[in-house]
Design a protein around this ligand. Structure first.
Ligand code: ADP
Length: 545
């Protein structure tokens, strides 16, 4: 017997219509590429989302066709999130930090019909346009008087001129909630990028899950500032969660340095924020340098790569709680977040910290398991480490079958998605990533966690950033090398740093050597590019090797 409740599909446009009706005067504030602040509210935003949908109809873009964006976090990008997906087209967010050849490849694989871009990225558009025959419309996210002349781009129009003539009414279509809504390619450090195709259902369910108090914990009493870009797994879902719960939204645009973020957090009275560790490092350094404080910020979601425990401590000293989260593009992206349970509140602070430093507990909707090399499930004892697998309604089942990538078939192994991460899970369900499987250092048959080594190094007062990589070794196969960026004005030797490991890990886990560099290369999503480092230091002679 079927249940007798309404068959009301979970569609993305309902989120913005809900916000407009229930939270009409709640603000959406954006730092524009032009430099100034733009502010409006959900009741004004929905009108422009509807204009976008009408404008797409006018261009004759069919349902399920892809409309791409190359844009910072801002209100126009936000309107495209709803106008494109809401009208049953697919929003394809592209990471502008990728090399132009890769962007062109992605546009062609997705067969994008239109590309909407911030003027910052005009040079990229100029470089790729001739190689992108499927794109019929280039839309610059600006007023028409800002549109540069002589771009040589056929079909270029300003966003404002494009939507201006359109009606503010729109009858959003009803359709199957499993319909594709958004497409995001994984960074793909090796091989071609792979497209992950989210559905309306997966996106709305992910938003419900993220908003929960033990996840990102967002409500109508919040003002949330996603520093994580809208081209990086939909800013971790924040542009969907905020309208769902009626939170104020603040978009930082292109100004992502510590000073600009700090000023925006303060002036807009943000209570919550989200971003990768590298962004927060710059923010903390800035606040330290001016002797500032956070007047309203209560918590920040940190993920994308491991959050060093030292960073959690620095935020806590300012009265800000870190929500350490883990996920990936294939997971929409949220999987786990570290938040304490009732019984843990009675523990001494130091023991609580041990839980908070882990990547956290799963949300309902994400099943986790760890397995050994033979695929046998490992116990949740906090000690056994193995390959981490996931499944759930907002986790990929197969990659997008693009025009260039060909059919890839299922992305699953026996119904589970292999994350490529190595992890342990404790009896309370707290998962801890020890490594990306390709970053693990295999020394004489034992595994060394590069994340553990980095976390210790990051606690050294002279270390600004640290990466631990494997270097080939004649006897042990691989040994750890620590690559360090020193804090400006500090004097420290490799020996000082290696001495700092004494008593913190077993002797054989201490790196064999330390090299100092001016900077560590970062990938398109702000993660350390260990593949590049491994190449650079492939022939590094370790002492005694
Ligand atoms: P995202 O866009 O969320 O960064 P990606 O698909 O680019 O996702 O990368 C996902 C990978 O990033 C994960 O499989 C994991 O290796 C790493 N990662 C994400 N969050 C964390 C974390 N908190 N700790 C350690 N690694 C993490």
């Amino acid at each position: 017997m079927l249940g007798a409740m309404q068959d009301h599909p979970l569609l993305i446009w309902r989120l913005i219509e809900f916000a407009a009706r229930n939270h009409p005067t709640t603000e959406v504030v954006s730092r524009r590429v032009e430099g100034d602040l733009h502010r409006y509210d959900y009741q004004s935003a929905v009108l422009r989302c509807r204009k976008v949908a009408n404008a797409l109809d006018a261009l004759g873009i069919a349902r399920s066709e892809r409309v791409a964006t190359l844009a910072w976090n801002g209100y126009r990008h936000f309107e495209l999130y709803y106008g494109v997906s809401g009208s049953a087209r697919v929003l394809h967010t592209i990471n502008p930090r990728l090399p132009p050849e890769q962007i062109a490849w992605i546009v062609n694989d997705a067969e994008d019909r239109a590309v909407c871009f911030d003027l910052t990225f005009l040079p990229i558009i100029r470089a790729i346009a001739a190689q992108c025959p499927t794109v019929k419309h280039w839309i610059a996210l600006c007023d028409s008087d800002r549109l540069p002349a002589d771009t040589g781009l056929a079909g270029l129009i300003s966003y404002e001129a494009w939507i201006a003539p359109q009606a503010e009414e729109y009858t959003w279509p009803d359709f199957d909630e499993k319909t594709a809504a958004a497409l995001c390619y994984t960074s793909g450090t090796t091989g071609n990028p792979k497209g992950v195709l989210y559905s309306h259902r997966s996106t709305v369910l992910h938003a419900y899950g993220s908003a929960l108090p033990d996840m990102v914990n967002v409500s109508a009493r919040d003002c949330i500032l996603p520093v994580v870009p809208m081209f990086h797994v939909n800013a971790w879902g924040v542009p969907y969660v905020a309208p769902m719960v009626g939170a104020k939204l603040v978009f930082p645009g292109a100004a992502l340095d510590g000073k600009s973020i700090y000023e925006l957090l303060e002036s807009e009275k943000a209570t919550a924020a989200a971003g990768v560790p590298t962004v927060w490092l710059a923010l903390l350094n800035h606040v330290d340098s001016i002797g500032g404080r956070f007047s309203t910020l209560q918590r920040t979601l940190i993920g994308g790569s491991a959050c060093p425990p030292a960073m959690i401590g620095r935020f806590l000293a300012y009265g800000v709680t870190v929500q350490h989260g883990w996920g990936m593009t294939e997971m929409s992206p949220l999987g786990t977040i570290s938040n304490l349970k009732l019984a843990q509140l009675a523990l001494p602070a130091e023991q609580q910290r041990r839980f908070l430093e882990k990547q956290g507990r799963a949300v309902f909707g994400v099943d986790l398991k760890i397995v050994d090399d033979a695929g046998r499930e490992l116990p949740w004892d906090g000690k056994a480490t193995g390959d981490l697998l996931v499944r759930g309604p907002w986790i990929v089942s197969r990659y997008f079958e693009g025009a260039l990538g060909g059919a890839m078939g299922s992305a699953l192994v026996d119904g589970w998605f292999p994350t490529g991460d190595v992890a342990s899970i404790d009896p309370d369900g707290f998962m801890q990533i020890t490594d990306r499987s390709k970053d693990v250092i295999k020394s004489g048959g034992e595994w060394i966690s590069s994340i553990d080594v980095e976390n210790i190094a990051m606690a050294h007062p002279a270390v600004a950033m640290a990466a631990c990589i494997a270097v080939p070794h004649p006897k042990w196969d691989e040994r750890p090398l620590l690559v360090v960026v020193r804090k400006p004005g500090t004097e420290v030797t490799p020996r000082d740093i290696l001495d700092f490991f004494a008593g913190k890990v077993a002797k054989w886990q201490v790196p064999d050597d330390v090299v100092f560099v001016d900077s560590i290369p970062l990938g398109a999503t702000g993660k350390m590019l260990k593949t590049r480092l491994r190449e650079t230091f492939r022939n590094h002679r370790l002492p005694g090797a």
